[in-house]
Design a protein around this ligand. Structure first.
Ligand SMILES: *[C@@H]1O[C@H](CO)[C@@H](O)[C@H](O)[C@H]1NC(C)=O
Ligand SMILES: *[C@@H]1O[C@H](CO)[C@@H](O)[C@H](O)[C@H]1NC(C)=O
Ligand SMILES: *[C@@H]1O[C@H](CO)[C@@H](O)[C@H](O)[C@H]1NC(C)=O
Length: 433
């Protein structure tokens, strides 16, 4: 290595250090229809926390975000809403995994959270009051188009308003509110370009619950990326989420039917017309080790009217099971742990300071058993010997208690294939972190 090259590498290294160890691989070009997926706390993410939380605090924070997320998902299945476009409430998410998208001409790079239970895309726009990250500047794009009030998509948003001739709308969320306009521009994902993609351009947010990232909706409804991309992706994609603890590792999001795994176990995708964005499946039983635990079938029954059933979701961290299902799983884990002292941490009620004596937990779907190793159901402290069963009971007491959610912790290091034309969801082990 020449002195100049050495100095140059040192300069890059110190620059990287100044940037908080932002590895150069974060910016490596993406090929074809495959995007890198990284965790929001990874060194590639500008959204990673500035201060290092303790393990306990990290877990508690993820759990409390999950609570808001689960209430949000449940509000979507409650059946009260007949709004065909989920975008209005789509701001409530737990941005865990992000991908890079290029918007406009010339391209502006934005990071967006992937969300398999939402259809809409949201992008913080330049001039946005209350947005906290990189924004999209529509004035600098030659392909930007605001949507007129008469546009079909405009009639689908709740609380629509007409600002001049431009379609706008307001969305309340908890203590927050979001004001956005509906716009179109070209979006490039890896090397694919989608012309005239419709998304919400966020102009104003109040309150603190609005996520800094844009949101890329991968749901199955009419306005999702898959639907808008039409024949390009044919409503088919797969992803592998890296472990939330692995530093610098990226997973992948593969869009379209090409290069999808051929050998993969699959189960039938179910469709709920009243909640068109969700990927429902038929969970039938759960095995702890070799024992199928005793759970009444009603805990898993799919009911389009109440929204009950089981969905795969990338935006919730810890799998949430309806009360009788969770209790049965937990009791069997505790039984296997014998006399070891059980403790709790936040919403986790089955924690131990000795190793877990349960090698696997199996989700038994119709036609597909998915056997998870401990890394997918035990969350371990890096600083102590404590580890917890990383699942929880669904929030109780109202319409919120009917949905089982297979969440991202349980999906890590697995490839999840969504194949809408063939109505199937596939799962295969794949170490991507
Ligand atoms: C953007 O979309 C328009 C059609 O709306 C298309 O003609 C143009 O080539 C696209 N530009 C880029 C950079 O992809
Ligand atoms: C639990 O403790 C009791 C009494 O101390 C003992 O007899 C029993 O073998 C223990 N069970 C296990 C599974 O360790
Ligand atoms: C799942 O495992 C059970 C045994 O626990 C077995 O009876 C069943 O056939 C398996 N299902 C599939 C699709 O392999």
């Amino acid at each position: 290595m020449t002195t100049t090259a050495l100095l140059f590498s040192l300069a890059i290294l110190s620059f990287s250090l100044a940037q908080g160890l932002h590895p150069r691989s974060c910016d490596a070009p993406e090929q074809g229809s495959t995007l890198k997926v990284f965790h929001v706390n990874s060194p590639c993410s500008p959204f990673r926390p500035r201060t290092q939380l303790s393990w306990q605090d990290t877990v508690l924070q993820m759990q409390s975000n999950d609570k808001a997320r689960l209430l949000y998902l449940s509000s979507l299945v409650a059946g009260r809403s007949i709004v065909p476009l989920a975008s209005a409430r789509a701001v409530v998410q737990n941005p865990t995994y992000i991908v890079k998208a290029k918007i406009g001409t010339p391209a502006q790079t934005l990071l967006m959270a992937v969300d398999t239970s939402n259809d809409a895309a949201w992008v913080p726009c330049t001039g946005c009051v209350g947005c906290s990250s990189t924004t999209y500047n529509s004035a600098k794009s030659t392909t930007f188009k605001p949507l007129k009030c008469g546009a079909a998509q405009c009639s689908q948003v709740p609380n629509p308003s007409c600002d001049g001739a431009t379609c706008g709308f307001n969305v309340p969320y908890g203590s927050s509110a979001v004001t956005a306009t509906l716009v179109q521009d070209n979006v490039t994902l890896a090397t694919d370009s989608i012309h005239g993609y419709t998304f919400g351009c966020v102009q104003k947010t109040t309150g603190s619950s609005f996520p800094a990232q844009g949101l890329l909706g991968l749901g199955r409804g009419p306005l999702s990326l898959l639907s808008q991309a039409g024949s390009l992706y044919r409503s088919t994609f797969s992803y592998c989420l890296p472990s939330y603890k692995s530093v610098g590792f990226t997973g992948s999001l593969r869009l379209g039917p090409n290069s999808q795994p051929l050998r993969i176990k699959t189960t039938q995708l179910l469709k709920n017309p009243r909640r068109s964005s969700f990927y429902y499946v038929n969970l039938m039983a759960i095995r702890v080790g070799r024992r199928v635990v005793n759970i009444p079938p009603s805990a898993f029954a799919f009911d389009p009217n109440t929204g009950a059933g089981t969905v795969f979701d990338s935006g919730t961290v810890f799998t949430s099971l309806v009360k009788p299902a969770y209790t049965a799983v937990r009791d069997e884990v505790r039984r296997r742990m014998g006399n070891a002292t059980v403790s709790s941490l936040g919403g986790f009620d089955t924690c131990y300071s000795v190793p877990f004596n349960v090698p696997t937990i199996t989700f038994m779907f119709s036609g597909m058993n998915v056997t998870l190793p401990q890394d997918n159901f035990v969350i371990r402290s890096s600083s102590s010997t404590i580890s917890c069963l990383a699942m929880a009971a669904a929030p109780e007491g109202n319409v919120n208690s009917v949905l089982n959610v297979i969440a991202s912790f349980q999906q890590q290091n697995h490839r999840i294939l969504i194949d809408v034309p063939n109505s199937r969801l596939g799962v295969a082990r794949e170490p991507c972190s």
